[in-house]
Write a protein of this length. Structure first.
Length: 277
């Protein structure tokens, strides 16, 4: 299974957010897309999932063109995402946040359920058991029946990932999953993402957290001003002069970028807590 971006360009009026970008993602691997703020990372996610229309270029999933499909068709084809800003159903239970994602696939069963309520009950049990195994993968099983809004910020981020996994996607796009997480939560996320690696799933992580990126990725793409600056293994990216000059800077600058990222994380966390208090 492969997802391919071929010469993608996206303009918003006079702004060229993505400029002739080609990338390739393979099942069984974890890929990262890094780059400074405004580099175009989220735009790429929105193009891949059909939220934004391409200005030009093509996207292929397993050789099939998907760039002209509707958003829901792309989702049915097996591409799932999380958002840079959490978007859960706050007033629903944790487990219901997962369960609702399964309904469209079962819509044709509605009539059968009316005629055979026992079979409907049994299918609900199967569905809930499935949701529970997903929640277990991210350590959320004990909070399954709590309201989603009652979870801590870090747990909500994990729930977003579980929800994206509900329909067994072939491609999982995570837009800054570590944003706002503290160090322990980031370390937990790292282990959970590593455990998600499997032969039928391509994982794409957009992140500013360099420690996370470099420790889990097989392949890293570096975006700058909407264009592909470099791609390679984490070691190659860290060794690249281009990347160091254009993005990471010198070793000292690297440290200051880390500190900046850390401060940004704390600010986001405070903002989020203020918003949900
Ligand atoms: N809906 C939009 N309308 C107009 N311009 C947009 C829109 N979305 C993004 N842009 C612009 O496109 C460029 C890329 O933005 P994008 O959000 O993709 O960057 P990013 O790499 O995800 O940044 P960050 O790290 O801050 O999340 C920016 O210049 C941004 O202002
Ligand atoms: Mg973004």
């Amino acid at each position: 299974m492969t997802l391919e971006f071929r010469n993608l360009t996206k303009r918003y009026g006079a702004v060229t957010a993505i400029n002739d970008v080609s990338m390739r993602f393979e099942a069984g691997k974890i890929h990262a897309i890094i780059g400074p703020n405004g580099a175009g990372k989220s735009t790429l996610v929105n193009l891949a999932t059909g939220s934004y229309e391409l200005t030009s270029g093509e996207i292929y999933l397993d050789g099939q063109a998907i760039h002209r499909l509707q958003k829901y068709q792309i989702s049915l084809a097996g591409i799932a995402r999380t958002f840079q800003n959490i978007r859960l159903f706050d007033r629903m239970q944790v487990i219901e946040n997962i369960e609702v994602c399964l309904f469209p696939a079962e819509a044709r069963q509605v009539w059968r359920d009316l005629v055979w309520p026992a079979s409907a009950r049994q299918r609900r049990e199967t569905r809930l058991a499935y949701c529970m195994t997903l929640l277990e993968q991210f350590g959320l099983e004990r909070q399954a029946f709590d309201e989603a809004a009652s979870l801590s910020y870090g747990r909500q981020r994990m729930l977003e990932i579980v929800r994206a996994l509900a329909r067994r996607p072939r491609v999982l796009l995570l837009d800054e999953p570590a944003a706002g997480l503290n160090e322990a939560e980031s370390a937990e996320l790292r282990e959970r993402l590593k455990a998600l690696r499997r032969p039928d799933l391509a994982i794409i992580v957009i992140e500013h957290d360099m420690d996370l990126v470099m420790s889990i990725s097989d392949h890293v793409y570096v975006l700058q001003n909407g264009a592909l600056l470099f791609d390679g293994t984490p070691d190659e990216v860290q060794a690249s002069q281009d990347v160091q000059q254009a993005y990471l800077g010198t070793e000292n600058e690297l440290e200051s970028i880390r500190q900046l990222a850390q401060r940004r994380k704390s600010v986001r966390r405070l903002r989020h807590q203020a918003g949900t208090a």
